[in-house]
Design a binder for this molecule. Sequence first.
Ligand SMILES: Nc1nc2c(ncn2[C@@H]2O[C@H](COP(=O)(O)OP(=O)(O)OP(=O)(O)O)[C@@H](O)[C@H]2O)c(=O)[nH]1
Ligand SMILES: [Mg+2]
Length: 286
Amino acid sequence: MENNHKIIQWYPGHMAKARRQMLENINQVDAVLEVVDCRIPRSSSNPDFEEMFQHKIRLTALNKSDMADTKVTQLWENHYKSMGIGVVSINATNKGQKKKLLAFLNHALKEKIQKSQNRGYKKSLRLMVAGIPNSGKSTVINMLAPKASAKAGNRPGVTRGQQIIRINDTIELVDTPGVLWPKFEDDMVGLHLAMTGAIKDEILDKHSLALMLIKKITQLYPTALDTRYSIDLKDKDAEEIIEEIARKRGLLISGGRIDIERCSVMLLTEFRAAKMGKISLERPND
Ligand SMILES: Nc1nc2c(ncn2[C@@H]2O[C@H](COP(=O)(O)OP(=O)(O)OP(=O)(O)O)[C@@H](O)[C@H]2O)c(=O)[nH]1
Ligand SMILES: [Mg+2]
């Protein structure tokens, strides 16, 4: 475990730059929509945003709701609401949810919209869409935009610079590159971000990460791995479970030994594609 922790304590220069550019343009935006990953709302909220955007209206989108446990997502929505934070859960890949998100934004920004209309000139509201890498910021923007305008892709670091995209007469959105923060509060935050695909895979120890993932899933959803891989989990630890899954899937190297690296990659890929079911890794009262 130890080197795994070290591996994910890092802060690349392009994120520092993206963060700086967000601050440079903050005076031109009326509100900030933070897109977090619904499976890990706490680990995927940037603690720096509180200070960076302290004078702005701050809203939260719990994105990738299709991959999370619906009941837990509801708990998170209640949790945010109880703190007075405007929150909506969405699946940005489902165009059918465009109405829900627009209604949420119109409601949350109602006073602002009213004010600018009362002043008698037509000024759009500008909303910065911010959050960790790969949380779905650009996909959220494309869902709202008249045509797909923001580049999106299934890996962290797709959006490279800020881009303004008009949604309608009243709202403009600013797409921003995903940013993390220099030091994670605890190791689990870094692990959650790595498991869900917010951190570039090249710098991760995939075997340790897959072991942690298996530990978490067997604790939180005891039947999920059995259902997916048809294995008997009884009395097995995470290492034995990986070996069993590798054998089942025929992931072997010469001499009939198990290919742990390939099995770890396979497990992470399948988890990130929600193949093990709807899994939420965090709950509000953890
Ligand atoms: N299942 C599911 N996938 C989603 C959802 N939203 C986004 N994705 C996928 O997540 C991946 C990342 O989406 P992007 O919109 O590029 O993420 P981003 O936050 O803009 O990422 P960066 O620009 O790299 O910071 C893509 O493969 C999207 O299709 C969602 O609600 N559900
Ligand atoms: Mg993007």
